[in-house]
Design a protein around this ligand. Structure first.
Ligand code: BG6
Length: 293
């Protein structure tokens, strides 16, 4: 008789690994039995989130490089500490300084079906002087992202920001966003005219809107793949919905031939009238949880 075979132990521990990416920079791989996420040190940018057995929930430009000064298009760029153009000085980069800066990995966590990384950016000098950012990305069956800003200056600071998430969709013309019916928005393509959403947000042309308020749950229904992605934001006062469509996409030049058709940005934000006033010593956390069904 053979001795009884040892019963197999199922390792459900998450893993956090620092690796050199073929995109030309260091990334953190978060792996659990439920999936894998990749976070670049450049920009603290999540580049990919692939739940086990699924295609990537995030869209990433085929031209993405981590070793170029330019911001990476795709994944979850962090727009910080201002969203869009700088409020006073157009010479400063659009969407702030965080997405092109090299962040430091300062803590990690791995446990039963969880893997997480914390990255920090301390700005000394420049347009974000005295502001400190800490971003935690936590992978379970969901993906959680939380960005905490601390004002270390002696003056109040106005903060605008976004988790500028590029979601992958099978076909933008067959995708829609639920949860914004009746919400007011500022139309960035119509001189910030205030309008009201009626029904789900559908897409048939360039779209660039700042919805005022952040509903507890938004859903991207992707008709082409049949997948639904749910977004639950905290500390957010605005939701930005953006697709550049064909013409602007050709001008931007880094979306690939039909990238605009395969992506949709739904951004968990503090923008427009939803700017945050951060008192000296105070902090604010902007967070989002993404899940799929
Ligand atoms: C969106 C803005 O958040 O980002 C758009 O609402 C902008 O107006 C888009 O075009 C992309 O910005 P960028 O700087 O990454 O090309």
């Amino acid at each position: 008789m053979h001795p009884a075979a040892p019963s197999p132990t199922i390792n459900r521990l998450g893993r956090v690994t620092l690796v050199e990416s073929p995109l030309g920079g260091t990334v953190v791989e978060l792996t659990t039995p439920s999936g894998c996420a990749i976070v670049a040190l450049k920009g603290a940018q999540v580049l990919s989130w692939t739940p086990t057995g699924q295609s990537d929930v995030l869209w990433l430009s085929p031209q993405a490089r981590l070793d170029m000064p330019k911001a990476v298009r795709g994944g979850i760029p962090i727009c910080w500490p201002w969203f869009g153009a700088h409020p006073d000085d157009p010479a400063h980069p659009s969407h702030g300084v965080a997405r092109t800066a090299l962040w430091q990995a300062t803590a990690s966590d791995a446990g039963d079906d969880v893997a997480a990384i914390t990255l920090e950016l301390a700005s000394s000098g420049g347009a974000a002087d005295g502001l400190h950012a800490r971003l935690t990305v936590r992978l379970t069956t969901n993906l959680d992202i939380a960005l905490t800003t601390t004002n270390t200056t002696q003056q109040p600071v106005t903060l605008t920001q976004a988790l500028h998430t590029y979601f992958a969709v099978g076909d933008i013309e067959r995708a829609h966003v639920e949860g914004l019916d009746g919400a007011a928005y500022l139309d960035q393509l119509d001189g910030l005219a205030r309008k009201t959403q009626s029904g789900p947000v559908t897409f048939a042309a360039e779209t660039d809107r700042i919805y005022l308020g952040s509903p507890p749950r938004l859903t991207i229904a992707d008709g082409a793949s049949g997948r639904a992605v749910h977004i639950s934001g905290q500390g957010s006062t605005a939701t930005v919905v953006w697709n550049p469509w064909a013409e602007k996409s050709a001008r931007l030049g880094d979306l690939g031939s039909d990238g605009w058709r395969r992506m949709l940005c739904v951004e968990t934000a503090n923008a427009g009238p939803g700017a945050i006033q951060l008192q000296p010593g105070a902090h604010h956390t902007l967070a989002a949880q993404f899940s799929i069904t």
